[in-house]
Design a binder for this molecule. Sequence first.
Ligand code: 13P
Ligand code: SF4
Length: 387
Amino acid sequence: MARIIDAPLIASGDEGCALPSGQWGPASAAAARGLVYDAAVKAETDALCDKVKETIPAFEWPAYAPLIAGINRLKKEKNAVILAHNYMTADIFHCVGDFQGDSLQLAREAAAVDAEIIVQAGVHFMAETSKILAPDKTVLIPDLRAGCSLAASITGADVRLIKQRYPGVPVVTYVNTSAEVKAESDVTCTSSNAVQVVEWAAQEWGVDRVILIPDEFLARNVAAMTSVKIISWKGRCEVHERFTAEDIAELRAAHPGVIVLAHPECPPDVMAAADYAGSTAALANYVTKNAPKKVVLLTECSMSDNVSAAAPQTEFIRPCNLCPHMKTITLAGIYDALKLRQHEVTVPEDIRVRAKQAIDRMLTLPKTNAPLDFKTGLPAATVELVD
Ligand code: 13P
Ligand code: SF4
């Protein structure tokens, strides 16, 4: 999020979250909405200020606090919850999110949550997933620009053509796709369960190959871990495709002993050179469970900020790539979404019902022995790419 810079600054930082005796000029986003940093806001937000002190310096807190307090009040008033993806900035993730997690965890929360309104602090396909699973709730996305390069890489018509070309082969679709694409699919998967879903689909359909779309790299990384043959698509995550094995070699040389964690949307040579790989939730768990001395997360930038709050003993080396879509979501956008009940995400009923079937199959999958994280150090595997 762009830092709000028009709040008067306290230079020493000694004041912590204390309300100074002088006047605070409100930051522009808060001021434009008539929100100020006063004693009530300070009292409501002091504990949150402490939670994010590594990411938001205390002297900047008065710029954030009015919007945070305003959002938390609106949530109560409107019976709303905020589902915050792990890539949200720390102010959103720690200070206004009610549920935090990876794509799979947020989908499970959407299906179970007891509220009238869901605000999706994430990208559009996640909001669609929430609407598909919770059709009676109003689902809001704070910014309509919050897309995804993977979701944009494929349409429902593309999937229909793929199915014509490979009749009888089950279609496993990554959740980073539109509702229309999910509606054409047999089952969805996330980075938390891709290997498990592929192996289940092959067994269920009694075949030795599976269509896994649209992420080429995720497909290659799954193919390295299973004997099921994979047919895929040339979609890429614009954030993860930019990491290279050379980056890892340079990091290891510059920071001896660093533990390298990668998301499975990264290219196979990056996965081979990493120490551990998995969904955003798996990466966060690895750090909190193993408490490495030094770690680098090859994924979106906000992950390190968010995980470091729960891992004070770990030093985070921070080369990372920003997701421009995730970063359209801001406190101001969330405040407006709640206040003005905007931007509502809807899914046509016929598409919703078919897409739900594919998501439900994933959510109710029987337990298998397939690992939920990804193996690193494996030789690259080939997949057949549909062109
Ligand atoms: P997960 O949080 O499911 O690992 O997905 C990462 C991602 O890129 C979401 O857009
Ligand atoms: Fe899409 Fe990649 Fe951004 Fe996730 S990080 S929303 S996969 S572009």
